[in-house]
Design a protein around this ligand. Sequence first.
Ligand code: 5RP
Length: 224
Amino acid sequence: MTQDELKQAVARAAIDYVVDGEIIGVGTGSTANFFIDELAKIKHRIKGAVASSEATAARLAGHGIAVYDLNHVPEISVYVDGADEITAAGAMIKGGGAALTREKIVASVARQFVCIADGSKLVEVLGKFPLPVEVLPMARAAVMRRLAALGGEPRLRLQAGTDQAFITDNCCEIIDVLGLSIADPLALELQINQIVGVLTNGLFAARGANVCLLGTPEGVRKLA
Ligand code: 5RP
């Protein structure tokens, strides 16, 4: 099976977690895109969705799924999203697609976080994937110094093929931190969030996944 077929399989499996008549939280990335395509097939069963990025909002709307502003939605039954890395305990690194802040906000109001990922994302220790940290542009250099002091190698994310900073949906920038071996994801998540100028970091440990559907050649494996 190809990696896309594994992603499609977990996206299909995640439909079982959708609660009829409700508003669904939807993540960002290639796996989340497969989920949106599956959601479109049952769109008559749901009220709509809250999107974690402009790209996701556009894809949902393109399928005719109503997109709600989170400010008008008090609670979400389920949030479905991918991950760049996940542990068996449900702690994740996210933000490879630069949507980490809105993803964390939507996830924070969801009763259940269902992570969908191909099997390559399961790791014992987080940190091989560079940790994304979203920062206000004026704080970039100061935050990079603080991240280097934590033992990482911070690099400003650039727009592909240019030397210009990548700009997020929130008009901020992303610093990717290489070389971390994250033994205690919750402690590091809280520590990085304390750095002035950081909007969010891509560690999802305080609010990890409740369920992870992993795509493997043998089928969809559930970690809960
Ligand atoms: C976007 C994310 C994505 O969930 C993460 O990057 C995984 O993406 P993909 O499903 O394309 O592998 O956090 O900000």
